[in-house]
Design a protein around this ligand. Structure first.
Ligand SMILES: [Zn+2]
Length: 287
């Protein structure tokens, strides 16, 4: 069932669990995530970065694929199709293409401009029954060429943006996209706590979920995080399983070169990673 992410995240915040956003790159990724969500009776958010959208031949292609799969695979759990780190122009394209949710990443603008553009998108999302995520304080690491320093968001700025009518808020609390460096300082729970105290019921989003220790994830959920983005971890699982298949020479045995066979171990690895995350986040049986 394709829905926006507003209800599922309100329920998650009230129920003290988090819904995973898993980024998709192709048909295998999408199918693996949808089937795992259904098998675990979990709500799910499919994340699409602008780069991945381009890779998959455009947002309309993505919408067609996701809608088709939901119908043909009988996916009845709530699924949101969400633009990840969208530019203002990218957001407008996804509205037109039929996404159900968007993230406007205005974190690199001065706060006044971030606010002005977010306000415009609040109006557009309301008219189109879509949910909207905004970001305050840039998130560390690299995503589609945008490099953030992993700063901590100003709780007062978070409150200001939360009050614009958005549905959920991503705030930097020392989290980083991609792999965490060995000298990473960990999440700033002090910042998270201060943000939640000011923003109340607003579901908070944790980006860069790959490699954050399980106890930190649980603590973040207890402090109001209701959506956790996982991207790199599925990529690593997929690559590892695919490498093993090739290294074992299985592509050279029989019809092991058949793409449906060649991509199967990676597909199963994504499923296992997604299941593990749904269990950790507490979203199993919350559909
Ligand atoms: Zn992110």
């Amino acid at each position: 069932m394709l829905v926006n992410a507003s209800e599922m995240l309100k329920k998650a915040k009230a129920g003290h669990y988090a819904v995973g956003q898993f980024n998709i790159n192709n048909l295998e990724w999408t199918k693996a995530i949808l089937l795992t969500a259904q098998e675990n009776n979990s709500p799910v958010i499919l994340g699409v970065s602008e780069g991945a959208g381009k890779y998959m031949a455009g947002y309309k292609t993505v919408v067609g694929m996701v809608k088709g799969m939901i119908e043909e695979l009988n996916i009845t759990v709530p699924v949101a199709l969400h633009l990840d780190h969208g530019s203002y122009e990218g957001c407008l394209k996804c509205v037109e293409a039929g996404f159900t949710s968007i993230m406007f990443d205005g974190s690199h603008y001065p706060i006044e401009e971030n606010v002005a553009k977010t306000k415009e998108l609040v109006k557009i999302c309301a008219e189109n029954n879509m949910s909207l995520e905004a970001e305050v304080g840039s998130i560390g690491g690299e995503e589609d060429g945008v490099i953030g320093m992993g700063e901590c968001a100003d709780p007062k700025e978070c409150k200001m943006v939360a009050d614009l009518g958005i549905d959920f808020l991503a705030a930097g609390i020392g989290n980083i996209h991609g792999k965490y460096p060995a000298n990473w300082q960990g999440l700033s729970f002090e910042t998270l706590d201060a943000i939640q105290q000011l923003t109340g019921d607003m579901p908070l989003v944790l980006h860069g979920g790959t490699g954050i220790p399980a106890d930190m994830i649980k603590k973040a959920i207890s402090l109001g995080v209701s959506k956790i983005n996982v991207n790199t971890e599925c990529q690593l699982s997929f690559a590892e399983a695919t490498r093993k298949y090739i290294e074992e020479g299985k592509d050279q045995q029989g019809k092991g070169y058949d793409p449906r066979k060649l991509l199967a171990p990676g597909f199963e690895a994504i499923k296992a990673t997604v299941k593990e995350k749904m269990e950790l986040f507490g979203s199993v049986n919350k559909a």
